[in-house]
Write a protein that binds this ligand. Structure first.
Ligand SMILES: [Zn+2]
Length: 243
């Protein structure tokens, strides 16, 4: 059968609603949640608007570091970059793949760097000055442990973090990472973050302690968003120790 015929037949098949099973660490062990294609599409739209808020636009180039098991948010970032017509290269976020990050950085000269991990930075630091590498990017969204390393090297990094099954993305105001209030209820109990699924999520998730030290700011952000902001204790503690 010709390939075109195969694709035409495949298009007629029922598509299961389920896109991913998301496994995430909570205070009392690993939890699983279903993630549908419809939810993934809504999450992608939200990430697109957040990245647009950072000034991402056609003609820029992006470097994304992510691991395969992070598809529940990696897929949304890739979808957002495509929607914004920003070409991207992807390297693995684990430390052993830092050379691929270096190669993409050299070849792409990215305007936008998303998902940097402390492990990648530690690998790169053996042969490069991470400040010099990333200061020229107009947007750097990095993981919690990477943010203080970057800020210490003079890079205006913004925080991105998985908050259980949700993604938190800091805006240019850099006063906490926004979580999509239309999909999630994020809060704090005794200095720890908790999350629950909003009513629109197919998979139910009652309020779940995440074992992540932090607090939540509500109210309108200077960026104009009403989405609550997560401030992690770790990132806050280290940002004041910059030299
Ligand atoms: Zn904001």
């Amino acid at each position: 059968m010709a390939r075109a015929d195969t694709l035409a037949r495949a298009k007629e098949l029922d598509r299961p609603e389920l896109a991913y099973l998301v496994r995430f660490p909570a205070a009392d062990g690993m939890k699983d949640m279903e993630l549908t294609w419809a939810e993934l599409a809504r999450d992608t739209n939200w990430v697109t608007e957040r990245l647009r808020g950072h000034g991402l636009a056609a003609g820029q180039r992006a470097l994304l570091t992510t691991s395969g098991f992070e598809g529940f948010w990696g897929h949304t970032v890739i979808g957002a970059l495509r929607a914004l017509r920003v070409p991207y290269g992807i390297a693995e976020a684990m430390g052993w793949d830092h050379r691929r990050t270096a190669v993409f950085h050299r070849e792409l000269d990215p305007d936008v760097v998303i998902g940097l991990s402390a492990e990648t930075l530690e690998g790169l630091a053996g042969s490069a000055d991470i400040g010099e590498m990333f200061r020229s990017a107009s947007v750097v969204l990095a993981r919690p442990a990477a943010v203080p390393l970057l800020r210490g090297a003079g890079v205006s990094a913004c925080l991105m973090s998985a908050v259980g099954p949700a993604l938190a993305l800091e805006c240019p105001e850099r006063c906490g990472a926004h979580v999509n209030a239309a999909e999630w209820r994020v809060g704090e109990r005794d200095g720890q973050l908790v999350i629950a699924a909003g009513e629109v999520r197919r998979s139910r998730l009652a309020e779940t302690p995440l074992g992540i030290a932090g607090r939540v700011e509500t109210g309108r952000c200077a960026c104009g968003s009403e989405d609550p902001r997560v401030l992690l204790a770790q990132a806050g503690a280290t940002s004041s120790s910059r030299s």
